[in-house]
Design a protein around this ligand. Structure first.
Ligand SMILES: NC(=O)c1ccc[n+]([C@@H]2O[C@H](COP(=O)([O-])OP(=O)(O)OC[C@H]3O[C@@H](n4cnc5c(N)ncnc54)[C@H](O)[C@@H]3O)[C@@H](O)[C@H]2O)c1
Length: 446
């Protein structure tokens, strides 16, 4: 894949060549693909690149802001918004229209809600879709967007279980055949300090890597209380962070950022994991089922370990950082602001100060690649990082040592049999209102 510097160099000569993959191709119809077949050129400043949003919450709205503010092409319009809940669609439309005026062109007939809204939005004429719903839906949404021939930005993580991981990998093979651009919201991969430090690590500045460490320790996360008229499905989808089928647990939803950086350092994924975790402070009945702490020891193929901590407990030590220790030195990277230091023994440390927000850069990089007609696909390594986090959860939930090879073959799907507001999710509260959670030593890895 070309480097960011390559893409920037090509950008000025290529701005007018953003190529549309296909507009509203029906499933099964011959699809116009993006980079070499049936190209449609966008003249700079005049032709409009149309985008649609699926999942109009905090990150989805933020991703639209990043796209409408991108550094490569000014003439971008938001043409459709989809969310499970109509009030979220309306809220995002109002907020974005206030900020961007006529760049937000979402009439009532291009607002979609319900659990099938991701399908309806694909007929809205968008060139690029932003998939920002809870991660449990990502494999379904990604598959549908690829089938419809759309360029895609999707948030991390890209799945919550092994069947979802395999579905994303398979759909991505189709995306590659169709030359669709696929970006994934691992913004640290687009933060300059991380890119430069990683280049030095891969060139051997730290010698052989001996130990990697990853931390996402915070106070906790929001809770969205049940409303009296909600079905169980509405409650869980709205309060999605607290259910494994929707978030994957915080080791997958949040800590995947750190795990991905360690995989990037190691240039691969682990082959094995063992760990421990529990639900200590999320005691109030009826909130959900996820743990509030996980510690995992991952092993890479060359024997290097990654020690991984994530915790959502108030009043404890906090950290969002990743660290590499090698035979010649160490590197310490801070996820919150991109500060970094790389220390080789006997040399002055190389320091990077606070960085520009990677969320904007990741979108700028995507648009630069699209305009330059360069292949762009982040889904394979992102899916492997998601699967690494799932492997970690299998280890902490079960208390067993779990191998990558067995984990990826797992057939256990957390997804409900049927997706509808009156359908019953697999996870149900007991008579006391408490959702059962995993019990190490009793729960099977899958
Ligand atoms: N890269 C980052 O730094 C970063 C930061 C925050 C969140 N995220 C990711 O972004 C995603 C969304 O997180 P968020 O913080 O915006 O959550 P959020 O709850 O604010 O937004 C999610 C939205 O998706 C909607 N939704 C639920 N089910 C849906 C469905 N089936 N179809 C369409 N919409 C549906 C919800 O109603 C909600 O409006 C998650 O995957 C999260 O991990 C990434």
């Amino acid at each position: 894949m070309p480097t960011r510097a390559d893409r920037r160099k090509d950008r000025s000569s290529s701005r007018r060549e953003f190529l549309k993959a296909s507009s509203t191709a029906a499933a099964g119809a011959a699809l116009a693909t993006s980079l070499d077949i049936a190209p449609r050129a966008y003249a700079e400043g005049t032709d409009t690149i149309k985008i649609a949003l699926v999942g109009a919450g905090g990150r989805g709205t933020g991703a639209v802001v990043n796209v409408l503010s991108n550094a490569a092409h000014r003439n971008v319009k938001l043409v459709a918004i989809a969310d499970a809940f109509p009030e979220k669609v309306e809220g995002a439309r109002a907020l974005l229209a206030k900020k961007f005026g006529d760049k937000v062109d979402v009439p009532d007939d291009r607002k979609f809600d319900g659990l099938d809204c991701h399908l309806k939005v694909l007929d809205s004429g968008a060139d690029l879709v932003l998939l920002c719903s809870p991660p449990g839906f990502r494999p379904l949404h990604f598959e549908a967007a690829v089938k419809a021939g759309k360029h895609i930005f999707m948030e991390k993580p890209v799945a919550v279980d092994a069947p979802g991981y395999r579905r994303v990998k398979a759909a991505n093979e189709e995306a590659k055949k169709k030359n669709l651009a696929v970006a994934v919201g691992h913004h640290l991969r687009h933060t300059a300090s991380y890119c430069e430090a990683m280049k030095l690590i891969h060139e051997g500045a730290l010698g052989d890597l001996k130990l990697l460490r990853a931390y996402f320790n915070t106070n906790g996360i929001w809770v969205r209380p049940r409303k009296p008229d909600m079905t169980e499905m509405q409650y869980q989808v709205n309060n999605w962070y607290h259910f494994v089928w929707l978030s994957g647990d915080h080791i997958v939803e949040q800590h995947v950022h750190d795990i991905d950086v360690c995989n990037w350092m190691a240039q691969g994924h682990p082959t094995e994991a063992n760990g421990m975790g529990s639900r200590n402070v999320r005691k109030a009945p009826g909130i959900g089922e996820i743990f509030d702490n996980h510690f995992v020891e991952f092993t890479y193929p060359n024997g290097v370990k990654m020690y991984s901590q994530c915790r959502q407990i108030p009043g404890c030590w906090g950290a969002f950082s990743q660290h590499a220790d090698g035979t010649k030195g160490h590197a310490d990277l801070q996820g919150g602001n991109g500060e970094a230091v790389l220390q080789v023994a006997g040399q002055e440390p190389k320091r990077w100060p606070k960085q520009k927000d990677g969320h904007q850069t990741e979108i700028d990089d995507l648009f630069a690649a699209l305009l330059a007609k360069q292949p762009y696909n982040e889904a394979d390594w992102a899916a492997d990082s998601t699967m690494t986090a799932i492997l970690g959860r299998m280890a902490t939930y079960s208390g067993q040592t779990v191998s990558w090879d067995n984990a990826v073959k797992s057939e256990y799907s957390y997804m409900p049999e049927r997706l509808a507001w009156d359908a019953v999710p697999k996870s149900k509260p007991g008579p006391d209102g408490v959702y059962p959670c995993a019990i190490p030593g009793v729960t099977k890895p899958w």
